[in-house]
Write a protein that binds this ligand. Structure first.
Ligand SMILES: Cc1ncc(COP(=O)(O)O)c(C=O)c1O
Length: 371
């Protein structure tokens, strides 16, 4: 049997009759730049996020970069973030002129540790960027309390977490809702994926939304009139049309991922070498990734590959130990949880269209490896 890590073809077959006409409508209109689908998607995604505004942009990377840019960071300004994330989180901080300050993570959820954030605050801290890793919210109520005491803006990297939510004081709060801004990626492999690059910023700060809307259009609302130096980071109209057609399916797709996760959890229970993901009881996880901690990780991965099962390691090298950040002076051992976890994680296929037979095959293979 073959169980790829991701099967975008299966999803395409199930929605092609909805998406292709939406694409064709854009082609017929020939309105490729900032066509009506962009504003429609912005409104729809803002609603999902309980935010007042959505600002489409070219990628999840830009959805992080643009808010950081408008903070006007100066050399030496610090932005606290997690080392256990995709590179873009920290890359955006540096590209906006800031210095990333990496702090350790919670060993259960792999998300940034609010106590470590608090300990890392300095007078130069200009922002905090938590990541809702694998589709599970970080402890936003604690992070917002830490940030609020010092008036530091929080930029949520919700690139893996659209539609994920957390119960806070008895109310569901969405990924991207509570921070100053939230950043989404619509990279094709995401739970809501485009057919190319696309991203969006959500915020309920009216002024920030207005500025970001201009910033992605070279800093001007009126053509050839520029209030500041922005950039070209538009969300492509074809991608917006695809995403609008796919959005009504998002909740069901994420629910299917949750069911697969539960099934894996039951199937792998009792294996001492395997730790299934911990879902914080306050969270509704969307399982962008289903990530185990395992013993003999690389051997297991090779064994599964030989059996036709795709897996991935997100992420093998924590960011504080990346070559490009060596000048920041971090040493091995400094962020021990992130470093340990990076050597143990393995993500299994969890895409919505997986069959029971495929899930059983993966479970049996893992059990067989440790037998
Ligand atoms: C946590 C995280 N941040 C940022 C990004 C960047 O998004 P994009 O690839 O759309 O630029 C991604 C996804 O790739 C991500 O997973």
């Amino acid at each position: 049997m073959n169980v790829p890590l991701l099967d975008l073809g299966a999803q395409y077959q199930s929605i092609r009759d909805e998406v292709l006409p939406a694409l064709q409508a854009v082609v017929e209109s020939q309105q490729f730049i900032m066509g009506p689908a962009v504003a429609q998607l912005e409104a729809a995604v803002a609603k999902v996020s309980h935010a007042r505004h959505g600002v489409g942009c070219a990628s999840g990377t830009d959805a992080l970069l643009l808010p950081l840019k408008i903070l006007g960071l100066r050399p030496g300004d610090e932005v606290i973030t997690t080392p256990f994330t995709f590179f873009a989180t920290a890359g955006a901080i540096v590209n906006a002129g800031g210095t990333p300050v990496f702090v350790d993570i919670d060993p259960a959820t792999f998300n940034i540790d609010p106590a470590a954030v608090e300990a890392a605050l300095t007078p130069r801290t200009r922002a905090i960027v938590p990541v809702h890793l694998y589709g599970q919210l970080a402890a936003m109520e604690r992070l917002m309390a830490v940030a609020g005491r010092r008036g530091v803006p929080v930029i949520e990297d919700a690139c893996q977490a659209i539609g994920a939510r957390r119960s806070i004081d008895g109310e569901w709060r969405m990924a991207g809702e509570l921070g100053w801004v939230g950043a989404y990626s619509f990279f094709p492999s995401k739970n809501l994926g485009a057919w190319g690059d696309a991203g969006m910023i959500v915020t309920s700060d009216d002024q920030a939304a207005e500025r970001l809307r201009k910033f992605r259009l070279h800093g001007g609302a009126k053509q050839y009139h520029h209030d500041e130096v922005g950039t070209n980071s538009r969300l492509d109209t074809l991608q917006a049309a695809i995403l609008l057609a796919k959005l009504p399916h998002l909740a069901a797709w994420s629910a299917a991922r949750r069911q697969h996760a539960e099934y894996y959890g039951r199937g792998l229970a009792g294996l001492p070498q395997v730790t299934p993901p911990t879902v914080d009881p306050s969270n509704e996880h969307i399982f962008h990734q289903y990530t185990l901690r395992v013993e003999r990780r690389d051997e297991l991965q090779a064994y599964l590959k030989a059996k036709g099962i795709g897996t991935a390691v997100y992420y093998p090298v924590p960011l504080h130990l990346q070559k490009c950040f060596s000048a920041l002076g971090y040493r091995t051992g400094q962020l021990p949880v992130a470093e340990r976890v990076a050597g143990e994680v393995l993500s299994l296929p969890v895409y919505p269209e997986l069959t029971r037979a495929q899930l059983d095959y993966v479970v049996d293979a893992i059990r067989g490896f440790y037998r």
